[in-house]
Design a protein around this ligand. Structure first.
Ligand SMILES: CC(C)(COP(=O)(O)OP(=O)(O)OC[C@H]1O[C@@H](n2cnc3c(N)ncnc32)[C@H](O)[C@@H]1OP(=O)(O)O)[C@@H](O)C(=O)NCCC(=O)NCCS
Length: 333
């Protein structure tokens, strides 16, 4: 699905912020927890360490810190927000939404607030939704957050998953701009027939948490890593190419690629097929791990923070995740 074609308005990112928890869990720490090695994790995934939320921190706490940073960066008063979208698969609780919790804490009384569940593509889905609402004239100032406390739904006894994921949050503020500026291309796609490649069976209406489901460890994420790997590069490249085509932009015109940080080998595969140089790709997987919906806004925040992102730069963001879901957004800074 692409964005509105005939809209007169679009949306620009006017502020970026992120928050990562203080606690660092290294591969060497993991060596003491499960049967793994730093060498295996580094060579297979490119991850060296990840951040883990403190026991008192829930998703809304991380989201709030990232949101405040993005709002400060944009100069937008939280009271003026009319839309808050939070992308997460680890909400504080299933009801109310994490978006409503941070709406209250931000004092954004006139905002509509809701969560989006699209796994690692959640931030892209949230941003495309907010952009469409701004383009349609329904919304003026939007906050889009990607946040995860994956450490709470990971099986710390399963070495095939626990080494890959981390916690964090990233947020952007969107404001209206003329069509052709700001976000100039969006693409989203899903394939629900492959849902069993990454899922969490317990805790919903299908298998509520009971002593039995807890004993069966159904509350934890299950993953078929090789199956996901097979689709990831192809889907991410396809999404990027469709987004570029929609915007009438050539691969050579891209200044930066901000990919979802799932595996350095997936990122490298996408980079090569888009003919980009290593310096054009934002990579922080070594320090942050896979933070699902938070990974792209955290990487974007780091790109802005390190001062290399210039006015007018063309940035393409590409995600892939459970669902399956995938998508891409192209914007001019
Ligand atoms: C998970 C992933 C890193 C595994 O890499 P891989 O090269 O495919 O490795 P394999 O799955 O073939 O595993 C090879 C062996 O290592 C073992 N292994 C798995 N995890 C291990 C760990 N943490 N430490 C040591 N050995 C491990 C496996 O049991 C397997 O052993 P076997 O051959 O005796 O059965 C990779 O498939 C991947 O990144 N997939 C995508 C995951 C992803 O993106 N998930 C989120 C979606 S956004």
């Amino acid at each position: 699905m692409t964005g509105p074609k005939d809209a007169r308005m679009s949306a620009r990112i006017s502020g970026i912020g992120y928050y990562i928890p203080e606690k660092i869990l290294t591969n060497f720490d993991l060596e003491k927890m499960v049967d793994t090695t730093d060498e295996w994790i580094m060579t297979r995934s490119g991850i060296s360490e990840r951040r883990i939320a403190a026991p008192h921190e829930a998703s809304s706490d991380l989201a709030l810190a990232a949101s405040r940073a993005a709002l400060e960066d944009s100069g937008v008063d939280p009271k003026d927000l009319d839309l808050i979208i939070v992308a997460t698969v680890t909400p504080d609780m299933s009801l109310p939404s994490t978006a409503c919790i941070i709406q209250d804490k931000l004092g954004s009384a006139k905002a509509a607030a809701f969560d989006i569940s699209a796994a690692c593509s959640g931030f892209i889905y949230g941003l495309a939704t907010a952009q469409s609402m701004i383009a349609a004239g329904h919304t003026k100032k939007a906050l889009v957050v990607g946040v995860e406390v994956l450490s709470r739904i990971i099986d710390w006894e399963d070495r095939t998953t626990c080494v890959l994921f981390g916690d964090g949050a990233g947020a952007v503020v969107l404001e209206p701009c003329p069509h052709g500026e700001g976000i100039i291309g969006t693409y989203m796609q899903s394939d629900g027939s492959l849902g069993d490649l990454l899922y969490r069976p317990g805790g919903g209406s299908r298998a509520p948490l009971t002593v039995e489901t807890l004993m069966e460890r159904q509350q934890y994420v299950k993953m078929k890593g090789d199956g996901l790997f097979k689709y990831a590069v192809r889907a991410m490249v396809d999404a990027a190419e469709r987004t570029l085509e929609e915007a009438g932009v050539a691969k050579e015109d891209i200044d930066y690629l901000v990919p979802h940080q799932a595996n350095i080998r997936i990122i490298e595969g996408v980079r090569k097929r888009l003919n980009l140089q290593k310096e054009q790709v934002v990579v922080n997987i070594d320090r942050i791990g896979n933070t699902s919906s938070a990974s792209i806004p955290i990487a974007l925040g780091e790109l802005k923070e390190n001062g290399t992102l210039k006015k007018g730069d063309l940035v393409i963001m590409v995600a892939f995740g459970g669902g399956l879901t995938w998508g891409s957004i192209l914007f001019r800074n």
